[in-house]
Write a protein that binds this ligand. Structure first.
Ligand code: ARG
Length: 588
């Protein structure tokens, strides 16, 4: 469906034209004085310059043309020349019913869907997920769901860090502990065991141990670096260990991401880019895009308009080893070959911005992507503790994701048990759902690029701009609908009648803004715009709820209209929170 503001703009445009002015002045926006009107048009102010006329005279002329409008109920010109209007209630009710009849609730899907790859998650294999990985997972998942709702073909890729030094460290530590394993026997000819020589718990212990040890012992570090080199060059035994690490680690990661309601279409990683590197290096050299500088192969990427120094993108170190930029470029080659994306979006810590500037410029310069392929970096800020410093555990260590989620769930569980008597099992289940909303909403309601304070008390509160507040509102609607169903009949959608009360009309006006809110969030890849919308909607609903006797309404037709509006409200909420990556429980 057309957006309400656009329909009103067209109506105003016609009125400007009928009154002898250019229709372009008809642009209508949401009122910034909701106490006076619902929508406004300031076009007469601008038109005054062109027509050398007082703005209020133009506004008066336009208002006179709108007397018969079926879209606009009240319209008036206000000095010095604003046009204030209220939407026709009957038209608004029809708009509600139009929304109900569409699966996308009035949002117009893209006519030419794009293929978009979203690179997010970015977990490093064999290292536990920590809070730094939380933001990319939450934001990336939401950006993915928004684009999918908008009709694009979206591919989410976790792009694991699975090829680096950490692998060499694990191999070296394993060799130290279990030198008798066949992977370390160069003469071994048989089949390697199917079973991994470690569990996930051991693996998570091996890495930090090895990493700490390497920092203190130069020889050990050299050995780990060499093991990394051998692995990257196809060493048979090490490749077998690598496969074990991948299987054990990825299974664990999948579990963790599933707990977050985060789902990837592709479980690729840096290692998948390796086969493309040799040819890419040859090509870059042959075409003259890359050159040797002090033994290292680099691509110059600085531009005249740069205000700060952009260093060259390193492709090969002087010892021939590839780097982070090398993998990212080669990954773009693979993505182009396999998926022909129109857009590749990276949701990564904003401290990596320079890296992506280098990679994007190199990719353009060397024509690794098509000229019209859009490359976008969504850099997010740091999640801080209440002390304003990066979030840590009480002991000061890096907080593991699992324990952070566990803490929030515990907190929610306590609140739920405190509030009412429900079974422990249901309380646990609900705490999980609501806890996730607290974490995700707390994150997504901030503009991604900003740092924010992870405030458990605030995020888990049922009041204010929080996930639990939104969920309480949805649960309230579900409960009314259930009671109506028990006492009367199945709720029917699409039978909303003209609003009679102000809070009722306001709720409809908020609902009507759904398509506009989603469009904004989609074009700007900004989930916080959905949060802002959903919060306004919750406020509008709760005001209506407190001022209206829904279940006690005696006029059946009016009651059925309320119920129909509630059904739509529920659907709009559910669509929004699904795009944010969480869901509502049945009860709370
Ligand atoms: N694994 C990286 C990290 O933990 C993030 C990867 C981001 N994606 C990319 N294509 N570079 O920092």
């Amino acid at each position: 469906m057309k957006k309400l503001a656009d329909m009103l703009s067209a109506e105003l445009g016609n009125a400007f034209e009928a009154a002898g002015y250019d229709p372009k002045y008809g642009k209508v926006t949401l009122s910034n004085r909701p106490d006076l009107c619902e929508y406004q048009c300031n076009g007469a102010m601008a038109a005054a310059k062109e027509y050398h006329k007082a703005p209020f005279m133009i506004a008066d002329d336009v208002v006179n043309q709108l007397k018969e409008s079926t879209l606009i109920a009240e319209v008036e010109s206000v000095k010095p020349g604003f046009i204030n209007m209220k939407v026709n209630a009957e038209f608004l009710a029809e708009y509600m019913n139009g929304m109900s009849s569409e699966e996308s609730l009035g949002f117009e899907k893209a006519e030419n869907p794009k293929t978009i790859i979203i690179d997010y998650g970015g977990a490093n294999v064999a290292k536990p997920l920590h809070v730094g990985h939380l933001r990319t997972a939450i934001i990336g998942e939401s950006v993915k769901r928004i684009a999918r709702f908008a009709g694009d073909q979206v591919i989410g890729d976790v792009h694991l860090g699975d090829w680096g030094y950490q692998m060499g460290l694990i191999i070296t530590e394993l060799k130290k502990r279990k030198p008798e394993l066949p992977y370390f026997d160069e003469a071994f000819e048989g089949e390697y065991p199917e079973e991994a020589p470690f569990t996930i718990d051991e693996l998570e212990e091996i890495y930090p141990t090895a990493s700490a040890y390497a920092k203190e012992h130069e020889e050990y570090k050299e050995e780990a670096l060499h093991a990394t080199y051998l692995l990257q060059n196809g060493h048979k035994g090490y490749t077998a260990i690598w496969n074990h690490i991948m299987r054990v680690s990825v299974a664990d990661l999948k579990k963790n991401y599933a707990n977050l309601n985060v789902e990837f279409d592709l479980w690729k990683g840096e290692s998948d880019a390796q086969p493309y590197i040799p040819d890419m290096v040859e090509y870059l050299k042959k075409e003259g895009y890359a050159h040797y500088d002090d033994g290292a192969l680099v691509i110059d990427v600085k531009e005249e308009t740069d205000t700060k120094e952009i260093p060259p993108c390193m492709i090969l170190k002087s010892d021939g080893a590839s780097l982070y930029g090398t993998t990212d470029l080669a990954t773009l080659i693979e993505r182009e070959k396999l998926y022909h994306p129109d857009e590749v979006v990276y949701v990564v810590d904003k401290r990596q911005e320079l890296h992506f500037v280098q990679v994007f410029r190199s990719a353009r310069k060397a024509h690794i992507v098509r000229d019209d392929t859009k490359l976008q970096f969504i850099g997010f800020g740091t999640m801080n503790g209440k002390d304003g410093k990066p979030f840590k555990t009480r002991e000061g260590g890096v907080m593991r994701l699992e324990s952070l989620i566990g803490d929030i769930e515990e907190r929610m569980y306590g609140k739920i048990m405190e509030n009412r008597a429900i079974s422990e099992e249901e309380a646990r289940k609900t705490a999980k759902i609501v806890g996730l909303s607290a974490i995700k909403y707390g994150d997504l309601s901030n503009q991604a690029s900003k740092d924010y304070v992870f405030d458990v008390d605030r995020f888990t509160s049922a009041e204010g701009n929080t996930g639990p507040y939104i969920l309480y509102t949805v649960v309230r609607i579900k409960s009314i609908l259930n009671k109506y169903k028990e006492a009367k009949s199945e709720p029917v959608k699409g039978i909303v009648k003209s609003a009679q009360a102000e809070s009722e009309k306001n709720l409809m006006l908020e609902l009507a803004r759904f398509n506009e809110a989603i469009e904004n969030a989609y074009t700007e890849k900004a989930p916080h715009k959905i949060c802002a919308y959903v919060y306004e909607l919750a406020n509008a609903f709760n005001r209506f709820y407190h001022e209206t006797k829904i279940l006690a309404e005696e006029n059946e037709e009016r009651q059925a209209s309320f119920i129909s509006m509630l059904l739509l409200t529920k659907e709009v909420f559910e669509a929004c929170i699904d795009m944010l990556g969480f869901e509502a429980p049945e009860r709370m």
